[in-house]
Design a binder for this molecule. Sequence first.
Ligand SMILES: *Cc1c(COP(=O)(O)O)cnc(C)c1O
Length: 384
Amino acid sequence: MASPGTFFEPQKLDASKLEIQRNPNPSKLIPPEGLRFGRYMTDHMLQVQWTLERGWQTPRILPYQKISLDPTACVFHYGFECFEGLKAYKDAEGRLRLFRPHMNMDRFKESAARVALPSFESEELIKLIAKFVRVEERKKGYSLYLRPVLVGTSGGLGVTCPTSALLYLVASPVGAYYGDRTNAISLEATNGSIATRAWPGGAGRHKVGGNYAPCVPPEKSAQMQGYQQCLWLFGEDDSITEAGSMNIFVAFGVPGSKRFQLVTPPLNGVILPGVTRDCILKLAIEKLMPLGWLISERKVTMSELVAASDAGEIYRVFGTGTAAIITPVESIRWGHRVIKCGPQGNNHGDPDEDLAQLLKGWIEDRQCGVEEHEWSVIVDEVER
Ligand SMILES: *Cc1c(COP(=O)(O)O)cnc(C)c1O
């Protein structure tokens, strides 16, 4: 018993306290061909409660289950929520790997701070994720999409800092689409006359739930016109920011020369700092720059894109994100114009000449340990 006046430091997140309760009724494995992204969840979830006074409680891996919260929990009313998305892989030797988890943890904590949710030690959450991945270990050929979520759970109708929160993680098996081609999509360029996804000083660079729902109605109307996602523009000059839940890259000619440039908009506060985006930039600097490519993070406006398209200089446009890694974009509608992006429908070219496929292969080699690289973290080594 604590004597009166004893002061307790709130507890830190501590992976060594993990308790595991296995699901007594594990579901059958769905064959990888039958998996669609985000459709099925695995048999377990990770949960950790937090309160302002006591800090982080015992982490638990439990059978996948419903969560019960007070109807006035602040997540429901005011959107105290943030999340992450990262993947785990099994390599050819059967070792489990996480891909750049520290980047996701840093971003998770920044998102949490933006919406007054608690912080934690990255290393501890990575250890918990490693344990979770071990519990969910599957046959070769499966990779797991991991979805950590943090929500404010304290009740009452005042808009204030949450005094309790729940961190949990669910996972979706995504099969091995190593080497697969992702189908090309079409985008509708959407500017402030219809909707703005993010603005300077807002929360657009954070993975907080409130950013996503307002993007769905404009996206729905784009879909009714046959375009899968919105390309979100910003500012008077209609500069490109990102699409749906992907960062955007444009590969095109350098006017007046035979060289190519790979360009993506800079992290100016209205763009989500994608881990895949960072990988593409680093790989391009490493592997394309020596071939004479210019690689830059800079503003790209719709008029620059139209001019490049008119000149036949767009080589390829693609989106990047953890789920599909690289998604080729075949066309962008902007007002009454349809801008064709890249050669012959994009999706049927010779893989050796296909930039999107080439970049995807380079990333996958590092994700799956074909090329040993510091981006890939071996789960055994985290557990040790
Ligand atoms: C998650 C996300 C991305 C992609 O980030 P990755 O870390 O590469 O998965 C891009 N844009 C938005 C809005 C996102 O939520």
